[in-house]
Write a protein that binds this ligand. Structure first.
Ligand code: E4P
Length: 218
């Protein structure tokens, strides 16, 4: 499973890049607003740091013409820019038009498998089902992802699934078990994935025993 970082903060992007685990970046207007910088400056900084992996930037227009115009502008910012388009009827029309121009799209704000199917039929490169926000309304976001995986396998859609709105490590584990293509994960959750209390306890004991045994390798 590919790991995307769900963040626009350059410090977080650099840190995950250093881990050698960064397969791409997703942003949205909320994440860009958290940088405290003008959006274009923040986006350019991200694209400079990550010039060779997909970086999703989101349109803010909601009508077909507006979304297409904005997408064309955003696409000029880099060959690796993927345009995030909301899953509305106007958005899906825009995805169809943009994919025929060779502009890659990531259909966002997807909360059902039917929405994902429409995005795939329109030629989206990626579709982003939001897990945590579905959990928030007392349904199971993972069930939506499971349905999408099943549906895409049945029809052989080439659209790649990005599990989004991930809130904790168990979301990531369950996505990996389902064979989801990509998870876009907040920095805090990526760091939690490394952790296990038994690793800490085990390491402490090995180091104590190494001292007792006089093991010193270099
Ligand atoms: C990424 O593509 C989404 O915009 C993001 O994962 C949404 O996460 P949230 O529901 O935690 O805001």
């Amino acid at each position: 499973m590919e790991i995307f970082l769900d963040s626009a903060l350059i410090e977080e992007i650099r840190a995950v890049k250093k881990l050698g685990l960064l397969d791409g970046i997703t942003t949205n207007p909320t994440l860009l607003s958290k940088t405290g910088k003008p959006w274009k400056e923040a986006a350019k900084e991200i694209l400079k740091e990550v010039p060779d992996k997909p970086v999703s930037l989101e349109v803010v227009a909601t009508d077909f013409e507006g979304m297409v115009k904005e997408a064309r502008e955003l696409a000029k910012m880099g060959d690796n820019v993927v345009i995030k388009i909301p899953c509305t009827d106007e958005g899906i029309k825009a995805v169809k038009a943009l994919s025929s121009e060779g502009i890659r799209t990531n259909v966002t704000l997807v909360f059902s498998s039917l929405q994902a199917m429409l995005a795939a039929k329109a030629g989206a490169a990626y579709v982003s089902p939001f897990i945590g926000r579905v959990d928030d309304i007392a349904y199971d976001g993972m069930l939506v992802v499971e349905e999408i995986v099943q549906m895409f396998n049945i029809y052989g859609f080439e659209t790649r699934i990005i599990a989004a709105s991930i809130r904790h490590v168990d979301h990531v584990r369950r996505c990996a078990q389902l064979g989801v293509d990509i998870a876009t994960i907040p920095y805090k959750v990526i760091m939690q994935m490394f952790k296990h209390p038994l690793t800490d306890v085990g390491l402490k004991r090995f180091l104590e025993d190494a001292k007792k045994a006089g093991i010193s390798i270099l």
